[in-house]
Design a protein around this ligand. Structure first.
Ligand SMILES: [Zn+2]
Length: 492
């Protein structure tokens, strides 16, 4: 199989010819979500980008095994291996079992990605399902002298690793160990690590830590970075083709993954490292603490004051595809509305294809156009350039229908196959009714927002009977209100 596909490799900082280790097979691992809250829109962008990459590789004829994990244990609140486990903390706050938190947010994650028309990965392993394998890898790294045990915890010894492997730690993120040392804050001798840049492979569970497993070092839980090394090598081998994630995972997460794998197998685990860029909202970083945030469900229902209306998930997907995955992308209601118009124009032309009448000859160069479409995607999955070429076809289709251009039967077949292939198979769009689908959700959103206002008014007049009546009526319709000091939010 000969393709001109070029992939930007974070490791080299360059576009490289894509040559799978064992073509036509391709192994791709993408870091999945930590399931302790509703999936973030920025994360959705990462998973939609890798879905497009998965789709294009498949479209080219590669047999892709796509592994994306679910982090359901071990992800602590900060990168310094301190603080509470994110899932345990949420379970404590909501007074439920940690696995109920995992179930609730895994379901949400799958439902949202399904709405975006993402294919599920080939394998979706969980951290808690691979505790035995994680303990095995830790034991091996300990035996090789690249980790040490302190008080029931095991830490990776970055200095020992660097001595053995010529200072390779930091190769992906371009960070130097000396600078990391200078920048790391020593916790007044509180840390049990030999060196502040060492990271946890296994953490001893404190008495109140619920998620715990038996190990040779006592009861504890695995460090967050370890699961990805274990599950990627288990399902894709010691060396595989693509490892992806959001760019915020480059350091420390991916750097630690490389170190663990290399310590264990003496081999660099990944041929092409790929990272997606960030999503901003109205020009600023999305953040829960500043309130500059938007949930996918709010986007689909329009129930957020940053939106003029609701947007269909497929329109949002199209909007994301209009930016390159390595460029940052700003979300705003105006930009989405512009995308929606473009999406409708594209889909109208696609639906017109069936009624196009072929002529003896073509006045348009379909073969050259098809080549340009593939060239765009072969240039590190350049979807915005591809979409600009698709709009050239939209113009042609409209002109042929209006009798201003002609297309031969053979060219019409090529045009139809190529356009359908890119629109449906590669970009992952589908036919939707933007009028009705968005307005149903939008109507619900507007009605609920209106009732929340009336309830607020009732409460301010101390008419609590009315306030309760409104809440109960909404509960009866399957809508839950949540009051906090910042106001009232709702979910279906
Ligand atoms: Zn990972």
């Amino acid at each position: 199989m000969e393709h001109a596909l070029q992939v930007y490799n974070t490791l080299s900082g360059e576009k490289e010819k894509f040559e799978p280790i064992n073509a036509p097979f391709v192994g791709m691992y993408v870091c999945g979500p930590t399931v302790y809250s509703f999936v973030h829109l920025g994360n959705c962008r990462t998973f939609i980008s890798f879905d497009m990459i998965y789709r294009y590789l498949t479209h080219l004829g590669y047999k892709v095994r796509y592994v994306r994990n679910i982090t359901d244990a071990g992800h602590l609140e900060n990168d310094a291996d301190e603080g509470e486990d994110k899932i345990s903390k949420k379970a404590r706050l909501e007074q439920v079992e940690p696995m109920e938190i995992v179930q609730k947010y895994s379901l949400d994650f799958h439902q949202v990605l399904d709405k975006f028309n993402n294919h599920p990965p080939s394998i979706e392993p969980t951290a808690t399902g691979h505790i035995v394998e994680q303990i095995d890898m830790i034991q091996d790294i300990l035996e090789k002298g690249l980790a040490y045990e302190v008080n029931g915890s095991v830490y990776f010894d970055v200095e020992a690793f660097n001595t053995k492997f010529n200072g390779e730690y930091g190769q992906l993120s371009g960070r130097k160990v000396d600078e990391l040392m200078a920048g790391s804050r020593e916790l007044d001798g509180q840390s049990e690590k030999r060196n502040p840049i060492d990271f946890a492979l296994w953490k001893k569970a404190s008495p109140e830590h619920i998620m715990r497993w038996s190990s040779p070092w006592g009861k504890g839980f695995p460090g967050w970075h370890l699961e990805c090394s274990v599950m990627s090598s288990k399902y894709l081998g010691n060396r595989f083709d693509i490892h992806g994630g959001g760019m915020d995972l480059k350091f420390p997460h991916h750097e630690c993954e490389i170190a663990q794998c290399k310590a264990h197998n003496e081999e660099d685990p990944v041929k092409y490292w790929m990272h997606t860029n960030m999503l901003t909202l109205n020009g600023a970083r999305m953040s829960k603490s500043t309130g500059n945030t938007l949930l996918p469900e709010e986007l689909f229902s329009g129930a957020n004051d940053k939106l003029e209306k609701a947007y269909n998930p497929i329109v949002v997907r199209f909007f994301m595809m209009q930016a390159h995955y390595r460029s940052s992308l700003d979300f705003s209601s105006e930009a989405l509305s512009a995308s929606e118009k473009g999406f409708e124009r594209l889909m109208d032309a696609v639906s017109l294809l069936d009624s196009v009448k072929p002529s003896e000859t073509s006045s348009i160069d379909v073969a050259a156009w098809k080549k340009k479409c593939y060239a765009a995607m072969d240039d590190d999955f350049n979807t915005p350039i591809l979409i600009s070429h698709l709009f050239e076809a939209v113009k042609w289709i409209n002109a042929v229908v209006a009798g201003q251009q002609t297309v031969s039967e053979a060219d019409l077949t090529t045009l139809t196959e190529t356009l359908n292939g890119f629109v449906f198979d590669v970009l992952g769009l589908k036919v939707i009714d933007t009028q009705t689908t968005s307005s149903d959700d939008e109507l619900t959103g507007k009605l609920v927002e209106g009732m929340i206002e009336v309830r607020k008014e009732a409460k301010s007049k101390k008419d609590f009977a009315m306030a309760d009546f409104i809440r109960d009526t909404l509960t009866g319709a399957g809508i839950t209100l949540k009051d906090s000091k910042d106001g009232t939010t709702w979910e279906k």
